[in-house]
Design a protein around this ligand. Structure first.
Ligand code: 13P
Length: 263
């Protein structure tokens, strides 16, 4: 089976409904390279508008940046998995470092969300990543695999293959982030892959992504030098031309990877 590369963006706290629609319309008109799986995580307010702006049968998967584990009820400010699915989500992000830091999202909450997402027929996109101090102490792999193991704590082994995992070192994310090198990322990705295989009874996760200051400058290098199944992008993909360029880079990587090397 041909390899798939996932290229996704979280819009975080950006875009009005109209801005989201404009992005979705431009995306609808663009050609998506073969075997590249795009996904977009709009803010809750614009998710349904993005779904409606994409043509029926669009290959672009949509998701939410968060959803509660409870079925419904007293959860001020939250949405349920069912509401996320109703608005167009296939994926549900959880455990992003901004939510861990700003809203106290714990490993236990992430585990409950992963359980609730699978129960609702959604795909959990589990984010893990170490702070700078943990990396400086040489404990990045242990920390990150621990976060992932906790997130899987309420799933059965045969459900691990439904999960997407995004490794996003905290120190590499956002305006103040420093782009990580492939050498910094690769050993952690390999450790996560082993953990996914161990927890999933040998099958592993659905896809393992890297995120944190990914851009058109470093995407090709990361895809070439890190054993990932895709990239998860913030700022560089908020503009549709940036997102489309990243999809192209992934497509070129796949066709290059498929070429026969010179004798
Ligand atoms: P940036 O690409 O803006 O660093 O954000 C990455 C991220 O947090 C994606 O979830």
């Amino acid at each position: 089976m041909a390899r798939t590369l996932w290229i996704g963006t979280s819009w975080k706290m950006t875009k009005t409904i109209q801005e989201a629609r404009t992005f979705a319309e431009a995306l609808s008109d663009a050609s998506i390279p073969e075997h590249v799986q795009p996904f977009v995580l709009p803010a809750h307010t614009s998710l349904a508008a993005v779904r409606d702006a994409l043509p029926a049968g669009s290959p672009v998967l949509l998701g939410t940046q968060n959803a509660h584990w409870a079925a419904e009820g007293a959860g001020t400010g939250e949405i349920s998995m069912r509401m996320a699915a109703d608005a167009g989500a296939t994926l549900v992000e959880m455990g992003h470092s901004e939510r861990r830091e700003q809203f106290g999202e714990t490993d236990e909450a992430v585990a409950r969300k992963a359980r609730a997402a699978v129960d609702a027929g959604l795909v959990p996109l589990i984010c893990v990543g170490e702070p700078a101090g943990v990396r400086d102490a040489g404990a990045a792999e242990e920390f990150v695999t621990g976060q992932y193991a906790s997130a899987l704590g309420m799933l059965h082994a045969d459900e691990v293959k439904r999960t997407l995992v995004a490794y996003e070192p905290v120190w590499a994310i956002g305006e103040s982030g420093r782009a990580a090198t492939a050498a910094e990322v690769a050993p952690v990705v390999e450790a996560l892959r082993r953990e996914a295989e161990r927890r999933g009874g040998g099958t592993g996760c659905r896809a393992l992504l890297y995120g944190g200051s990914v851009s058109t400058r470093n995407a090709a290098g990361l895809l070439a030098d890190v054993p990932v199944d895709g990239l998860f992008v913030g700022r560089s993909a908020w503009d549709v031309s940036g997102f489309l360029s990243l999809l192209q880079i992934a497509g070129e990587h796949l066709s290059g990877a498929g070429a026969t090397p010179p004798a």
